[in-house]
Each structure stands twice: as structure tokens, then as C-alpha cells.
Design a protein around this ligand. Sequence first.
Ligand SMILES: Nc1ncnc2c1ncn2[C@@H]1O[C@H](COP(=O)(O)OP(=O)(O)OP(=O)(O)O)[C@@H](O)[C@H]1O
Ligand SMILES: [Mg+2]
Length: 345
Amino acid sequence: MAPLLDVRDLTVRFDTRDGTVQAVTGVTYSLEAGETLAVVGESGSGKSVHVLAMMGLIPKPPGRIAAGQALFEGRDLLTMSEKEMRDLRGGKIGMIFQDPMSSLNPVLTVGFQIVESLRRHLGLSKKAAWARAAELLDFVGIPEPQRRVKQYPHQFSGGMRQRAMIAIGIACEPKLLIADEPTTALDVTVQAQVLDLMRRLRKQLGMAMIWITHDMGVVAGIADNVQVMYGGRVQERGPARAVFHDTRSAYTWGLLHSLPDHDDPPAKFGEKGRRLVQIPGYPPDMTDPPKGDPFAPRNRFATERCHLEVPPLVQAADAAPGHLVAAWYDLRPLRAEAAVAGGAA
Ligand SMILES: Nc1ncnc2c1ncn2[C@@H]1O[C@H](COP(=O)(O)OP(=O)(O)OP(=O)(O)O)[C@@H](O)[C@H]1O
Ligand SMILES: [Mg+2]
């Protein structure tokens, strides 16, 4: 069966006064129905732009899709008309973003915003849509949904606004939910509740998810597969356990393991609230990225070839099926050394 989403060679550029930002280059992957893919990487690695581009949400100009396809149920999202795209957004594809205040309309009640989506995409009557909106608020754990449904976003606490965003994102029971750092602004308890909720929803609705996060605990708790991005490219992708326990990219290794420190022990699979580790050095200037592997300048295992030629993303040797890496070096013999020295970079 064809995958739900098939992204091929997605390449996004921003033409700015300071030059062309090579935000996303050659991103290729597929997502099966019901699958959860976590996308991780440092700030500026292209995580948000790659999903925004698929959803027709990057500003054009300065943005442009320089190459690629993103087939959703066989139709290319990148060449769809604005009307087709609007029919999909909030319908078969739900979205939740980091900052609920920028996504919720402050002058409309929370209920109205859900109702609008239900009427537009599912054609529900006014009455049925309002009843369903209250049900959805209840479903995401908002107390007194009948009263809350008539309130405005500013009357909600931060955690409740995030839940309201989730209610809107899942209102039409999407086949695919795209969540961009949806729990970052929440305190740890609320985060755990939201994650439980998402796991429940995924099961009940059978939806696939693309989950962008910096939190390795979240990744371990929710992802089937993990995609690690750097410099607008995919560095490593594979089943979550394989990427954690049989890491093949020095960049991934650097994100997972810091210098030994009692206050900052290495990440453990499944550990809650675990953030990505700081890697020494800085991400590249994407208007003038390195010629070869973008991570090479920060990678102490980089070979001469890493500096000259971009490595392709290929199945890693003797690794789990679907565990791909873009690297000219073999990290396996280097991992022990890296662990002793306390980091990859
Ligand atoms: N409108 C824009 N104009 C110019 N450059 C942009 C624009 N939007 C994004 N970029 C650039 O595209 C690159 C990728 O940005 P993106 O927002 O995808 O990063 P990210 O991985 O989501 O980071 P974060 O973790 O901080 O959210 C960055 O170099 C960013 O500066
Ligand atoms: Mg982002």
C-alpha cells in the first residue's frame, strides 16, 4: 500500500537581502498511516520550515519550494491550489503549533473556532457542531466544557489554551496531525498529561503524527521513528530504539551525550523531560553552508571527505531495516572513544 505521506527531495529556499537561505535540502521520507515520526535537531535545522512548506504556509516571497514533492494520499501538496490546501488543513491534516496565542483567534470564542472547522470540513449543522465542540473540550480534559466553550482564549490558562489547540487540531479526526513543539511552553505535569492524551488519541483515531520536539523524553515516549535534522538535511533516521541505542550519526550522538557531569548525565531512553544536549560550536550560516557534510566543522570524527562532499542518506551497515544515516565515517568504532571522552563534538 502507498504510504500516507511521501516526501521526496523537498528543498526550500528563502531569497533574502543577505543571500539565499538554504533552509531545507533534499528531505525524503515516507510516513505510514498511524505512524508517529519525531523530528529533532537544533534551532534552525529546518524542522518547522519543512512542515510549513508542505502545508503551504511559508511566506512566498521570500520563501520558495526549489524542488521536490510531498504526496499526501497520492496528491502533491506542493502543487495544490490554495483552495485545495485550505480544504486539507484542519480537515484531513490537523496542525498544532508551539504558541497557542498566535494560532487561536483572540476575538472569537474557543467554541466558535472549533465549530467553524467542524462546519467547514465535516458539514455539521450549527447545533451538532456546538455539541461536538463541547465534547472535544471535555475529551482533551478541559473542565466545565459547556461553559468553557463560550469563552475567549484569554480566559483560558496557558495549559488550557494548549489543550484547546489540540482540540482544534483533532476536531475533524485528521489522518495526519502535525505538531510543532506543542508541549514546550507547558509545565512538566501538564506536558505529561498532554502526551498521555496524544497517545490515547492516536490509538482511538489511528492518526499518523509528525512531532517536532527538542525533548528526548517525549521522543522516546511517543515516536515510532526518529528523524534527526541538521543544516536543513536529514542526518539520521530510523526506528526510535535503533537511533537511541545504535546511533550512527555523530550529530545524533552529540545531541544525546554531553560531557560527563553529575548534574547532566547522558540521556537514557525513555527518560522524561530530557532535552537535547548542547554541542560545542554553532550551526552553520545557511546562506553559506559548508561544502560537504554540514556538521563536519563541528564533528571531531569528520574525515577529509566529510568536508568536501555531502554524504547521501543510506541504509546503515548491519543496522535495523529503515535505519538510515548520512555519514562518510563509521561511528561504531568511534562511539566507545566518544563515550570515554564524553561527547561527539
Ligand atoms: N521567513 C523566513 N525568511 C528567511 N529565512 C527563514 C524564514 N523562515 C525560516 N528561515 C530560515 O530557515 C532555516 C530553518 O528554520 P526553521 O524554522 O525550520 O528551524 P527549526 O529547526 O524549526 O528551529 P527551531 O528549533 O528554532 O524552531 C533557518 O536558517 C531560518 O533562519
Ligand atoms: Mg521550529
